[in-house]
Design a protein around this ligand. Sequence first.
Ligand code: ADP
Ligand code: MG
Length: 676
Amino acid sequence: MITHVDNVDVLPGVGPKRLDALHELGIFTIEDLIGYFPFRYEDLGERLPSETLDGDKVTFKGVVSTPPVVTRFGKKNQTRFGLLIEHENIRVTFFNQPWLAQNIDAGQEVAIYGTYNAAKAALTGMKMINASTDALDPIYPSSKQITAKTIRHLITLAWVDARGTIASLVPENIRTKYRLLDRNTQIEYMHFPVDMAAAKAARRSAAFEEFFVFQMRLQLLKLADQNFAGEGINYDATAIRNFEASLPFKLTPAQTKVVSEILQDQTRPRHMNRLLQGDVGSGKTVVAALAMYAVVTAGMQAAIMAPTEILAQQHALSLTQLFDHAGLTLRVELLTSGLKVAARRQILEDLENGDIDILVGTHALLQPDVAFHHLGLAVIDEQHRFGVNQRAALRENGVNPDILAMTATPIPRTLSITAYGEMDVSVIDQLPNGRKVIKTTRMGHNQLDNAIAFVKKQIDAGAQAYIVTPLIEESESLDVQNATAMYETMQLAFPQYTVGLLHGRLSNDEKKTLMADFKANRIQILVATTVIEVGVDVPNATVMLILDADRFGLAQLHQLRGRVGRGSRQSYTMLIADPKTDYGTARLDAMVETTDGFILAQRDLELRGSGDILGTKQSGVPEFVVGDPIKDLTMMEIAQQEAITLVSQENWDQQVANQTLVDYLSRTMAHYRHFD
Ligand code: ADP
Ligand code: MG
């Protein structure tokens, strides 16, 4: 007798070739096979065109109302006929299947699968289906090597034995609470539904099961972190208080709150895995500085990783300044890919000896030859620019340090319970006192002269300005050309001031010098491409003028705007654009209406539509087979709650009722590749 833990090749007809094809689809065991669900059903039930959305793939069952006509043009041809579905008539067109005409006659009952065009009441036929079967026909995702039909056949074979032997993963009390099917019925209805309602119930139960298992894994990862018998960091509280007192400003209450959350976490003998979220300008860097300093007072090292060279350089500079200002002699070093061989070797050597306290860098920090003496904390700045994998890579760097990931991007609920589900979250929910709300205006290119006159007024008053030139997706060299042209224009317009030009083609040293000059106000106007998008901090800059602003995404515009308003002066963002699309206009309007990053992120999702939420893949939302974490967010939240409740019970993993789940998790955790 076949059981669910057997390998699929116990089934008759599965030779080496089919086995390979099944493996390709991720099917290794009978359990994998019966858990391989159809992605849709050929529904021969009642469906009216008026109930069908434009572009839907559907099957209509009806009576042929006009005899088929075949039209030829060259080698191509189309077959057309009318189809009456109850009282609604539509036009059906098949391309290049002329033989169909011989099998179809007016008055005949047929079922046709195709794509529906609602405006034209027309169906582009893809397949004729035998109208006399009533059952739902499950359609499986297949491949070149193995057909959907073969998969279906194998599942039917396996189910003969496996049926009735499948225990449920979701504990019974939870299934009762949310009216979910037991796993056996769920699988049966998935593959062999008696009607659409059964298929839907199965899908709902399967989605919940998938979410629940996922959330259980996250909870187990969290528990593993908490139970990890690592060392708590024994920092010097007095030294930290002194450092805090010597900062050039007083921390905001929100900063104080997150600092204490982080310090508390660090002292525990477990891993810290924390996400720090705070809008642009909320002051995350100094929070990171305090956390890193704490580690150093305990005799360990810290690292901070930034997404760009400019930002890494700036961090190295501002950290050094903060420590110098406090009279502390910490050794902060910068490791970037541009470093000369000898200099790099020296840094790596000193790092390994423990002579360097804080290492600042880009993803160059992740290279295998970078070995710390004793890394206690890794900070990841602008986390959204890195993937989950880089977060994991830092953790795996042998030493497994505490992690503090920072981001200005507000985390939609979907992400906070999937991509960041294993992390604790701290939020800085206020800006430093005395900050004035940045004034944002938008204007057409015909008003550019006025904008430049405004820039002049600001600079005459002692402030500085950024001018960001358009982003040309296809071509970096066009970006540079644009920036260079603007730079020349600005030099003519401002003969009495110094104008700088910053773009991605410059060497790291050139960029470094430019940024230092701008920071020291030796340059008053910085013309730049988006290389300055993230993190750059020059409090004396009060104007951000963005040309062709409609070419930028909302998140980018918000980041760019965040470069000003960092000091006590009133700051301004001017969006120069003549948008050609509604989407472009809507983005600019949103920028003018609010400076709140969370509202903007929300608006961004709405404007983009559910099709491309944050570019789901890049944002790290894991993929699910049945459930959709974006559409079924509430279900995901329920699954998370139930998983938290379950693991908080004492000896939950010893109870008989949970044994199937425990077995399943321990059997599959090893294959689980998302956070490992
Ligand atoms: P972000 O959260 O965007 O990374 P930064 O850490 O770059 O923000 O801080 C923005 C600016 O605000 C910096 O110039 C920083 O020195 C300053 N800043 C940070 N915290 C405070 C505070 N509590 N009071 C006044 N200024 C602050
Ligand atoms: Mg920052």
